[in-house]
Design a protein around this ligand. Structure first.
Ligand code: GTP
Ligand code: MG
Length: 365
């Protein structure tokens, strides 16, 4: 098991810090444990100004180096919860003599580890090599070759590091072609299904309870776990409301803050499930400290999927406020509205109400 050292750089004057330090570190830790990394330590490091060459200032870098040497930590991965440039990565790796990953690399690793279908693997590989390509621009040959072809964690795309840019470009083309085929097949299947039954898509922040709700509504047993990105590939099931009223529900990949744009681009065929849904259900975890900022992140990603620019929301959209069993809320039933259903996917409380809302929506649209 690889050991990792998690560092969240708290950058001064960065207005987009909407979360508390604790919750940022907690999410970072769950990302690391999602690929079985053992956490040596996690810290927040204050930064006044990003150093273009090394990201951190001299003092911090020396401090970390000293600690690595003193504690004889050799095969450690240092994960920096931000985007770092290829030059910064190279310099830090040289000084510290350990592997350095940034947030995007970490998320891509998790997706790589989760991909279970051919489509999922292709999508992850596409995201990975598109990202790598952007990092090869400035300092390709010597930098990447020196670092060696095998990343610590392996996974799709790691081998590609030894190929030159032209190879990557042609691989990107081939994957896109293959994915386009998959997308067409999906489109056909979707159209076929849609002729039979309306499509209801679950979306939401990772770990908000989409799969738990999917399982509760369909009686299935899909993987649902207290773990980020438990689900990667879309799943479909028919839900019967009555003899004549059925719909198809789809469960899909969760979102996260700063989701790499390469992933959104590459996961088009998966995200089509949302784009072409008759009804979108946004599952939100009301017990989470970041309830509001998670909503902003999901809205931003919806905007990217639909090509919105001003925070609009699709009109076939409702919210499920999940995990109410964890709260001590009085009068919560009064808060239910046409577009908002409070429930617990775990206990089942409120599920019938959701089914009624879905039924109404389907009948009226
Ligand atoms: N207390 C409580 N826990 C819940 C509820 N719904 C889901 N959970 C828990 O939340 C965790 C995440 O649930 P999942 O259903 O896997 O979440 P998801 O949204 O599918 O997550 P990803 O697939 O990672 O995007 C699990 O530990 C669930 O048991 C709920 O209503 N109440
Ligand atoms: Mg899931």
């Amino acid at each position: 098991m690889n050991i990792c050292w998690l560092i969240h750089p708290n950058i001064l004057n960065n207005n987009i810090n909407r979360r508390t330090n604790d919750s940022v570190l907690f999410e970072l830790q769950s990302l690391a444990t999602a690929i079985n990394l053992k956490i040596y330590q996690s810290n927040i490091i204050k930064i006044n100004k990003i150093n273009p060459g090394t990201f951190f200032g001299k003092g911090k870098i020396e401090e970390i180096k000293k600690k690595l040497i003193e504690n004889k930590i050799e095969s450690c991965i240092i994960i920096i919860n931000s985007n770092i440039s290829p030059i910064q990565q190279r310099n830090l790796e040289r000084i510290w003599n350990v592997k350095v990953l940034d947030r995007t690399a970490l998320i891509l690793e998790i997706f790589g580890a989760r991909a279970a279908t051919k489509e999922g693997s292709l999508q992850v590989e596409l995201a990975h090599i598109t990202w790598q390509k952007t990092r090869l621009v400035r300092s390709w040959t010597h930098l990447e070759r020196q670092r060696g072809g095998r990343g610590f964690l392996g996974g799709p795309g790691e081998l590609q590091i030894e190929l030159d840019k032209r190879h990557i470009t042609s691989r990107i083309k081939r994957i896109k072609k293959e994915l386009e085929k998959v997308r067409k097949i999906r489109e056909l299947q979707r159209n076929k299904r849609k002729k039979l039954y309306p499509l209801v898509s679950l979306i939401g922040y990772t770990n908000s309870g989409k799969s738990t709700l999917f399982n509760k509504m369909t009686g299935s047993n899909e993987f649902a776990k207290d773990m980020v990105f438990a689900t990667l590939d879309p799943k479909h099931r028919i839900v019967s409301l009555s003899k004549d009223d059925n719909f198809i529900i789809s469960d899909t990949v969760g979102f996260i803050s700063n989701l790499p744009t390469e992933l959104i681009e590459s996961f088009k065929s998966t995200l089509d499930e949302i784009l072409y849904a008759d009804l979108i259900i946004h599952v939100r975890d009301i017990s989470h400290e970041d309830y509001y900022s998670q909503n902003e992140d999901v809205q931003a990603i919806i905007g990217q999927i639909f090509g919105y620019s001003n925070g609009e929301i699709p009109n076939n959209y409702i919210e499920v406020i999940n995990k109410i069993d964890k709260l001590d809320m009085i009068d919560r039933n009064k808060i239910n509205s046409k577009n908002k259903v409070f429930l617990s996917a775990l206990t089942g409380q409120g599920i019938n109400h959701l089914k009624n809302i879905i039924n109404d929506f389907i009948k009226n649209n």
